[in-house]
Design a protein around this ligand. Structure first.
Ligand SMILES: [Zn+2]
Length: 493
């Protein structure tokens, strides 16, 4: 995907391009550790608003309707500036990928703004977009692929006509596929040039096992190199159906006009079978033992990434709310966690994150330290996590401060219509819109006991994967072994 401005280093990374489709990738790249952290920041930015009022406020702003073909339409009215963002989110992404399709959700995204029945020649689609003055982009994540454009409000109908053409009858021309294949491989090469990419890939493989292709957005180089138009068509027929998608209109549009236009233009898109009945997503295999991965690269500092299997939003929704508050409190610079780990000098920085997903979201704790402090740092970190389930670890004040922080930053997130459309699209795909509507109220209801129950169920004494990125010289000097890292966790079974 191309990057989404304002999402900092979040899952989506990059800049919004007009005309020129420099299709960036959603790339588990060197910033991943921080990408995860940033993902949490994104949520904090978007949710918020003083709690009680939140749901009622959203109900007023977010209008929904279901078209006869199964397409959900959401209109978010905001007349601040004369612009509208139209976004289609498809419930697709890495999670639908068998190993033979690893990376193809993203490859498909690259083929979207290409030839279709309406615009049969290369670049014609993109040229039409630019002529309309549209700013457009797309992105692929674990459990979402989105396509969006922003136009002046008087061009909304023309913009929607352009957008729908990519869904109705894409061509997947061989020459264009060849070209985009190189673009995607270029992204792959850029990722590989970062040592953090290797750490993330190897830690991810250890964490997800046979489910790895369903977490690996950038995918497999050979799969990308060998993909065919017929594989693109398979993806289209299975997943790119209105009943597996949502259309979001956000900005200077009134709901009545928005729904009318949506039905007029997207009503032609033909309903398909439920993709998840035809191709069910298998359960994520449990992590049965703690594992360690040491990645040697020429780096100065030592980077550590520890990951657990966290909750799945639809299986343990309450825990996902607790997870976000737990992370927020531990990341507060005043927290006991930060004081004991960072203020003491053991770590330069440590961040805790839960990435909300429907098919087991990872819990990540990541940080940087020096070779000399690595052992003490990891021991102290694991001890601190264990301590987090002891009575009195969380104070009511800390939890209240986390809520207040969310409230301060939220209004701001809803103010930018384009960002708000992306946020709604993400949650629609991962958890269903209802989850988003009640998020802030649910967060506000979490107690210390909820946070501790979450930590007990998912973190403390649970198997994890620890990845350590270190230079070969430093590793030799401190004689670091994977076995030793596993034993530190005390859960090596
Ligand atoms: Zn890309």
């Amino acid at each position: 995907m191309r990057e989404i401005k304002g999402r900092s280093n979040a899952t989506a990374s990059g800049t919004v391009h007009s005309a020129q489709a420099r299709l960036g990738a959603r790339v588990p790249g060197y910033r991943t550790i921080w990408r995860r952290a940033a993902c949490a920041i994104l949520m904090i930015v978007v949710w918020g608003v003083s709690s009680e009022a939140q749901r009622a406020h959203l109900e007023k702003v977010v209008q929904r309707r279901l078209l006869p073909n199964g397409l959900e339409v959401i209109v978010i009215e905001n007349h601040g500036v004369p612009l509208v963002t139209a976004e289609v989110t498809v419930r697709n992404g890495a999670f639908t990928q068998t190993p033979e399709y690893a990376g193809l959700a993203h490859m498909y995204e690259h083929m979207f703004f290409k030839a279709n029945r309406e615009f049969p020649n290369p670049d014609e689609y993109i040229d039409e977009m630019s002529q309309l003055g549209a700013v457009f982009n797309a992105s692929t994540r674990e459990e979402q692929v989105n396509y969006y454009l922003t136009v002046s409000s008087d061009s909304l109908e023309a913009g929607l006509r352009l957008l729908v053409s990519g869904f109705l009858a894409p061509t997947f021309r061989t020459d264009e596929l060849e070209r985009e294949r190189q673009v995607v491989i270029g992204e792959y090469d850029r990722n590989e040039s970062s040592p953090f990419f290797r750490m993330e890939q190897e830690t991810g493989q250890a964490l997800w096992g046979s489910f790895w292709s369903r977490k690996n957005v950038i995918g497999d180089r050979d799969v990308i190199l060998s993909t065919t138009p017929s594989k693109m068509r398979d993806i289209q027929q299975l997943y790119y159906v209105p009943n597996n998608s949502v259309l979001i209109l956000s900005g200077d549009v009134n709901p009545r006009d928005g729904f009318t236009l949506a039905e007029k233009i997207f009503g032609a898109w033909k309903r398909g079978d439920d993709p998840f009945k035809k191709a069910p997503v298998p359960p994520v295999p449990a992590l049965s033992a703690t594992k360690a991965v040491i990645i040697e690269e020429n780096v100065n500092a030592v980077t550590v990434l520890i990951q657990w299997h966290g909750p799945s939003v639809r299986a343990d929704e309450a825990a996902t709310f607790a997870a976000d508050v737990y992370s927020g409190v531990l990341n507060n610079p005043q927290s006991r966690f930060q004081r004991r780990l960072v203020d003491t000098g053991l770590w330069q920085a440590v961040g805790v994150n839960y990435y909300t997903l429907n098919n087991v979201g990872p819990i990540s704790v990541s940080g940087q330290t020096t070779p000399g402090r690595l052992r003490d740092g990891i021991r102290a970190l694991l001890a601190e996590l264990r301590a987090s389930v002891e009575p009195g670890y969380f104070t009511a004040d800390e939890i209240a401060a986390d809520k207040a922080n969310r409230a301060v930053t939220t209004e701001f997130g809803m103010e930018r219509s384009s960002e708000f459309a992306h946020t709604i699209g993400f949650w629609w795909s991962v958890s269903g819109l209802e989850y988003y509507m009640k998020y802030v109220d649910e967060m506000a209801a979490r107690t210390a006991a909820d946070l501790q129950q979450y930590a007990r169920r998912y973190i403390v004494d649970k198997p994890f994967v620890v990845g350590v990125l270190i230079s070969p010289d430093d590793r030799r000097r401190i004689n670091l072994t994977e076995r030793e890292l596993i034993l530190m966790g005390g859960t090596a079974k």
